[in-house]
Design a protein around this ligand. Structure first.
Ligand SMILES: [Zn+2]
Length: 109
């Protein structure tokens, strides 16, 4: 298997992704990590907010379970590598989200 560099999902950004914005999905028999976006160090805050909006816009179907959107560390080229959920960063961006309820689009500097 080749190892490819995973690019940041922010339009125009050419950095490699460090974080994965994802939520645990399950239909009761099968469960997986549903990935909303991959992000570099600079843009995970923006993409995290986009992921929260996306999750709210597409709720799980009846019988499905969809967990909270979490910030995970991208594995180094291996998708089988366990991911670490970064609770502190999540909380920080949830607080930011509450204090600034902006629905503006992601903009990359
Ligand atoms: Zn980026």
């Amino acid at each position: 298997m080749e190892t490819r560099l995973i690019a940041c999902g922010c339009p125009g950004c050419r950095k490699s992704a460090t974080y994965k914005l994802a939520a645990r999905w399950s239909d009761g028999r099968f469960s997986e990590l549903k990935t909303y976006a991959l992000s570099c160090l600079d843009h995970f805050g923006l993409l995290y907010r986009e992921a929260l909006l996306h999750r709210a816009a597409y709720p799980p179907a009846p019988g499905e379970l969809l967990g909270e959107v979490g910030i995970y560390r991208c594995g180094k080229g291996t998708s089988s590598e366990p991911v670490t959920q970064l609770r502190v960063l999540e909380e920080r961006f949830k607080l930011l989200d509450r204090s600034k309820p902006s629905r503006s689009r992601v903009r990359c500097g």
